[in-house]
Design a protein around this ligand. Structure first.
Ligand code: AMP
Length: 213
């Protein structure tokens, strides 16, 4: 199985699709956002610094992200993985290829307009176990109001899922996406999946893209 790299605007559903791939095909799900939120929950000085950056909607430093990713990849014993939230910039893409020397991957760009992304942000609830829900999508609502279907914990709204932080996150995405897309197009690694549709249709399309590669 090829490794999968998701690049996407905020709330495009990369976490949800990664979980489906993990549960059905045994991929290792590597989410840099989840790793950072774990650091935030550790209540350390570093956690405080990371929290302030995330909650404003900005990117954390490459130094920290590179270290986290390097450690994680050295612990997965060569199993196929999904990168969810990395790379977000051309510099991060170059790190994957030139420093970590990752091979055998395809890049799937989950395409979504700003208007649709903002609607999703408004309805999104998350669980600390990593599962994400959306009250505006019948397929993504929790079975019991505000409770995670998987682990039974209370769902929360992410601190950066507000309009102010969203605008910055989307601007950061817009600033960085073109160089990333051009880079992966040149390498013949890029696939595009429009995600303004049902979660199961998106999953089917992703499976098709992976199988056809
Ligand atoms: P996500 O869970 O992917 O939406 O990420 C949440 C936040 O974590 C982002 O808005 C950034 O502040 C930070 N973050 C996640 N991945 C990266 C990355 N590759 N580089 C820098 N910051 C990141």
């Amino acid at each position: 199985m090829k490794n999968i790299i998701f690049i996407a605007p905020p709330a495009a559903g990369k976490g949800t699709q990664s979980n489906l791939l993990k549960d059905n095909y045994g991929y290792i799900h590597i989410s840099t956002g989840d790793m950072l939120r774990e650091i935030v929950s550790s209540n350390t000085e570093l956690g405080e610094v990371v929290k302030n950056i995330i909650n404003k909607g900005n990117l954390v430093s490459d130094d920290l992200i590179f270290e986290l990713l390097k450690n994680k990849l050295s612990n997965i014993e060569g199993k196929p993985f999904i990168l969810d939230g990395f790379p977000r910039t051309l510099n991060q893409a170059l790190f994957l290829d030139n420093n970590l020397k990752i091979e055998n991957y395809i890049v799937i760009y989950l395409e979504l307009s700003k208007d649709d992304a903002v609607k999703r942000i408004n309805g999104r609830l998350t669980c600390s176990c990593g599962k994400s829900y959306n009250l505006n999508d019948n397929n993504l609502k929790p079975k019991v109001t505000d409770i995670c279907d998987v682990c039974g914990k209370k769902l929360v709204k992410r601190d950066d899922d507000n309009l102010e932080a969203f605008k910055i996150r989307f601007d950061v995405f817009l600033k960085n996406i073109k160089p990333l897309i051009d880079y992966y197009k040149d390498k013949n690694k890029l696939k595009v999946v429009n995600v303004n549709r049902d979660v199961n249709d998106i999953f089917r399309e992703i499976l098709k893209v992976v199988a056809d590669d």
